[in-house]
Design a protein around this ligand. Structure first.
Ligand code: TRP
Ligand code: SF4
Length: 337
């Protein structure tokens, strides 16, 4: 397993929240220790939905890479096993080869595969504020396939929502290999678990719901978000007993608090021994403490913007090298030189 190549990307959505951390970044941190990793900003993918407002994408790219580096995604690392020199962090649009491979893969991808993609069908129906009936949006998984196979990645850590895309990637890969000879490994999906972490209003944590706690939120903002958080609706009054299992505050305690505090909340909630304000107040310092080292690192990176540029330049260069080599093979396989 040690020599397997890992690749994953995120669309630049700006500052990341704690849901991203516990869902995705924790997994990346673990993989980074064990494998050769490629992590990239999928800015072209962002354009599939944000094509009418491309200027926001630039700021979002920076903020997101700063968050990656703040939590410990590294581009430079000692190599104890000799195979690993740190993750390669790069920008999709800096590697134009992705676009060429996307074009070639589009020649062999049946429309029916794309049209039956559940993510596509769902989004086209549900998203009302943008017109997603575009060629680019339909081809989203084809570009994603190019992102993956151009690095001959073996494992792709993604959330469950991306599983259908990965399935398509494998189908496209198999078809390519069948038509032109074995060129790419079939990428395996590494499902990242979705943590039981809800937003402050009890819905899924998401920037667009305005219920997120960001990795970069300072202590006073965290307090302002936690205190009015939704709780078990059964606890109308202080004397009402509650069920912590249905309370988003408890989910956060389970992630951030000590075993003793978790026990205290669990018992106190069920017996009405503690009040919700008390419960929330005991949560705030645990979150603040966890985010403190990230925010220290973040402040450093904001002060030295060149670090982020260097990380990206270095990553882009390495990625480009590999992508160029792969494209030579691809052109040869297709007899296009
Ligand atoms: N579609 C992915 C998402 O929205 C981002 C992405 C683009 C990606 N290309 C990728 C993820 C390649 C893994 C591999 O989260
Ligand atoms: Fe939620 Fe804590 Fe109130 Fe129980 S006591 S409902 S866990 S906030």
């Amino acid at each position: 397993m040690a020599n397997k190549r890992v690749l994953s990307g995120m669309r630049p959505s700006g500052k990341l929240h704690i849901g991203h951390f516990h869902g995705v970044l924790e997994k990346w941190l673990k993989l980074q220790k064990e494998h050769e990793c490629f992590f990239f900003v999928a800015d072209w993918h962002a354009l599939t939905t944000e094509y009418n407002n491309p200027s926001a994408i630039q700021d979002n790219i920076r903020e997101m890479v700063i968050d990656w580096l703040s939590v410990g995604i590294e581009s430079e690392r000692p190599a104890p096993e000799g195979f690993n020199q740190g993750s390669t962090i790069f920008l999709q649009s800096a590697i134009k080869e992705h676009a060429e491979l996307h074009l070639l893969l589009s020649m062999i991808t049946p429309l029916s595969w794309l049209e039956r993609n559940p993510t596509y069908k769902e989004q086209v129906e549900e998203v009302k504020d943008k017109d997603l009936h575009t060629y680019g949006f339909l081809g989203y998984p084809v570009l994603q396939t190019a992102d993956i196979v151009i690095y001959k990645a073996n494992m792709v850590p993604v959330g469950i929502d991306q599983a259908p895309h990965l399935e398509l990637s494998r189908e496209i890969t198999r078809r390519f290999n069948f038509l032109y000879g074995d060129t790419f490994p079939e990428p395996q999906t590494l499902l990242t678990e979705t943590p039981k972490l809800l937003g402050t209003d009890g819905r899924k944590m998401s920037k667009s719901y305005n219920n997120a706690i960001f990795l970069s939120d300072p202590p006073n903002v965290i307090e302002k978000k936690i205190l009015p958080m939704m709780t078990d609706p059964a606890r109308q009054r202080r004397t009402d007993k509650g069920n912590p299992e249905v309370c988003p505050v408890y989910f956060l305690h389970k992630i951030y608090s000590s075993p003793e505090t978790i026990k205290w909340v669990e018992e106190g909630c069920r017996t009405a021994g503690i009040g919700c304000i008390e419960c929330k107040k005991s949560l705030i310092p645990s979150i603040v403490k966890k985010l403190e080292p990230f925010q220290k690192k973040r402040a450093e990176l904001v002060k030295n913007p060149d670090i982020v540029n260097q990380v990206l330049n270095k990553g882009n260069e390495k990625a480009k090298n590999i992508a160029q080599k792969t494209m030579m093979e691809v052109r040869k396989a297709l007899k296009i030189l």
